[in-house]
Design a protein around this ligand. Structure first.
Ligand SMILES: NC(=O)C1=CN([C@@H]2O[C@H](COP(=O)(O)OP(=O)(O)OC[C@H]3O[C@@H](n4cnc5c(N)ncnc54)[C@H](OP(=O)(O)O)[C@@H]3O)[C@@H](O)[C@H]2O)C=CC1
Ligand SMILES: [Fe+3]
Length: 425
């Protein structure tokens, strides 16, 4: 599992860090990534030397503090070299084999497809230059993030390498640049790191399909009840309900089922542990998966509830509603009734709306506290206070305290994952 390398290096008076600044860093390539990297390195206090096949042509594109020369010259001047070149062109660097021997090569490359090649780009580079130490890193950072600085955008730089010393050096450089290095272990993790920028919201796939499936089921049911049934049995044309009313009665159904699916796996996990009498036994895979998707399911539930609130607010805006109101008024006049007030109906509606607003408020609180930046600012008790006690009775909490912070306690949470995952996931 990834272990943050930050802790041992956060001290700004760290002599290792001080030694990194002022050091010369080499970059091979003069493309977008190389330019952004050079800019950031120069800002961070490093000497930069860029090795290009055509130094004259591209020198103007780099900050003036960076030296742009031929590849061979650049390589000779430094021990740490970022290879900002595409994998397909790695073999053209083989002319530099002698000059590169014994140096640290940082592979920053990405692929266009998941598992496109048999071996990762970094392992391929290492096989081309066996006398070098290859470190994988920085590929999860875009050229844009490098240029604009780590203030906005992803801060974590995932690093892996077989050599601890080289990995430490690159981690220190990343840290001086303002990024947060994250140790991902040996070079065999490179494949995993290279796949990260290519993944499309991996944790959201199942929850989104679940929400869509539920929506489809409930929509069909509501459509049959509110539109098809009156049409067939009473010959009433209620097709105008399709875009707003049917959708609006479907959304809360989806929201409720999704919310119950957030809490159900926790109960199942607790029963599982009670049944086996231990918290040290792994949950079955399906339950583990389910536990890990609770945050996304919860946020989608909140999304449906919020949409329902907006739809409901807009109901009286519709023309159909206006016509119905006028028709009812006309009918009332014809019947010579002057007062349509029904006390019971009035109270029902007032209480209904009030509860709806409060429910949405509570759900917003759950959703907001599940965001990592906010969840991190709460301690365990505060977090469980909001996540658990706002939903469950107090007795649950005493149960947590007896069982400690084991998976059973986690199981009641909306967000705490069953297995720790790196923040970017
Ligand atoms: N752009 C981005 O946001 C990111 C890019 N990366 C990675 O960084 C690397 C570089 O990307 P990027 O800068 O965008 O790409 P570019 O196409 O802009 O630059 C590639 C550079 O490679 C150099 N090069 C060296 N040998 C060759 C060769 N034989 N044929 C062609 N070019 C060669 C060229 O520099 P010269 O002519 O001076 O030798 C060229 O400028 C890639 O591996 C990419 O996956 C990773 C993360 C983000
Ligand atoms: Fe409602």
């Amino acid at each position: 599992l990834p272990e943050s390398m930050v802790d041992s290096h956060t001290d700004p008076s760290n002599p290792d860090l001080a030694a990194t600044v002022g050091r010369t860093i080499g970059i091979l390539g003069s493309g977008d990534f190389a330019r952004s990297l050079a800019t950031r390195l120069v800002y961070s206090g490093f000497q930069v030397v860029v090795g290009s096949r055509n130094p004259k042509r591209c020198a103007g594109l780099f900050p003036s503090a960076a030296e742009v020369t031929a590849q061979v010259d650049a390589v000779k001047k430094t021990n740490v070299i970022f290879v900002a070149v595409f994998r397909e062109h790695y073999s053209t660097l083989c002319d530099l084999t002698d000059e590169l021997a014994g140096k640290i090569l940082v592979d920053v490359s990405n692929n266009t497809e998941i598992n496109h090649h048999k071996e990762s780009n970094a392992e391929y580079l290492a096989s081309l230059f066996p006398a070098c130490t290859v470190v994988k890193g920085f590929n999860v950072i875009s050229a844009w993030t490098l240029q604009s600085g780590p203030r906005d955008g992803n801060k974590q730089v995932l690093i892996c390498c077989d050599n601890q010393e080289a990995k430490r050096t690159v981690a220190e450089i990343a840290q001086v640049m303002g990024f947060t290095p994250l140790d991902m272990g040996s070079l065999s993790s490179a494949c995993e790191i290279e796949n990260i920028p290519l993944r499309l919201l991996p944790a959201w796939k199942i929850p989104v399909f679940l929400a869509l499936g539920l929506f489809l089921c409930f929509y069909t049911y509501n459509f049959i009840r509110q539109v098809l049934h009156p049409y067939i049995w009473e010959q009433k044309n209620k097709f105008y309900k399709i875009p707003v009313e049917v959708v609006n009665s479907t959304l809360p159904c989806v929201a409720y089922v999704m919310l119950s699916l957030v809490y159900l796996p926790g109960v199942l996990a607790a029963s599982f542990q009670l049944r086996y009498g231990t918290k040290y036994r792994r949950f079955p895979d399906w339950l583990d998966q389910w536990l890990q998707h609770r945050k996304q399911i919860g946020l989608l539930s909140f999304f449906c509830a919020a949409l329902h609130a907006v739809y409901s607010l807009c109901l009286p805006m519709r023309r159909s509603h206006r016509y119905q109101l006028i028709n009812a008024a006309v009918k009332q006049v014809m019947e010579k009734k002057t007062d349509a007030w029904i006390e019971e109906e009035v109270w029902r509606m007032e209480i209904y709306v009030s509860f709806g607003i409060m429910a949405l408020g509570l759900l917003s609180l759950l959703a907001i506290t599940s965001l990592p930046s906010i969840a991190n600012s709460l301690n365990w008790r505060e977090f469980s206070f909001i996540q658990v006690k706002s939903i469950f009775a107090y007795s649950r909490a005493t149960h947590h305290r007896q069982r400690g912070f084991g998976p059973a306690a986690l199981a009641y949470q909306w967000v705490a994952p069953a297995t720790p995952v790196p923040r970017w996931a």
